[in-house]
Design a protein around this ligand. Structure first.
Ligand SMILES: [Zn+2]
Length: 180
């Protein structure tokens, strides 16, 4: 983990605008627990870390751009069989950091934005949404291979249609709703 960042007590805190002016980079590990919303979705992985590589730059419009990767091995509950499955996530990061919601609204559709009113932010906060969006649509690769897929007594093909979501827990909720 790089130790030369802004705050010696929190080495995963960065100053994006400053780094962008310097074409700075950040590379290191972030504790999975720092990404609270993501950690809640992937369940037990207390000591797990996310490998992060980020590059900061200013684009032609003067926006602070953030590109890179976040990689993590996590356990994700299959929305169908409910068993935790090991998933190796490798998500690309490509964000434009803006100061206000209004700026973000101007860029909507062109770029993914991250609204940051302060000078500094944790790396965990910058990568968390992309980690969540990177969770697989289905954890068990093929329906037939899901080791404990539910038996539908009234089963039809329609009843086992694929959920239209990246969130395994939303998928679970949809599936439960169908069974009622
Ligand atoms: Zn499964």
């Amino acid at each position: 983990m790089m130790r030369a960042m802004s705050n010696p007590a929190r080495t995963d805190v960065v100053q994006p605008q400053k780094l962008a002016r310097q074409n700075g980079r950040w590379q290191g590990q972030v504790a999975l627990a720092e990404c609270e919303r993501f950690a809640a979705l992937v369940g037990r992985a207390d000591d797990a870390e996310v490998d992060v590589r980020l590059g900061f730059s200013q684009d032609e419009q003067g926006h602070c751009r953030l590109t890179g990767h976040a990689r993590a091995d996590v356990l994700v509950e299959c929305g169908r069989c409910l068993l935790p499955q090991r998933v190796s996530l490798d998500v690309g990061i490509d964000l434009c950091i803006v100061a206000t919601d209004a700026e973000a609204a101007e860029l909507t559709g062109a770029l993914d934005t991250y609204v940051l009113a302060a000078d500094e932010v944790s790396v965990a906060a910058l990568i968390e949404d992309d980690l969540i969006l990177g969770l697989p649509h289905r954890v068990c690769e093929r329906r037939d291979e899901c080791p404990h897929r539910p038996v539908l007594e009234y089963g039809t093909d329609e009843a086992v249609g694929e959920p239209e979501t990246n969130n395994p827990f939303a998928a679970l909720a949809q599936w439960r709703a169908r069974r009622r």
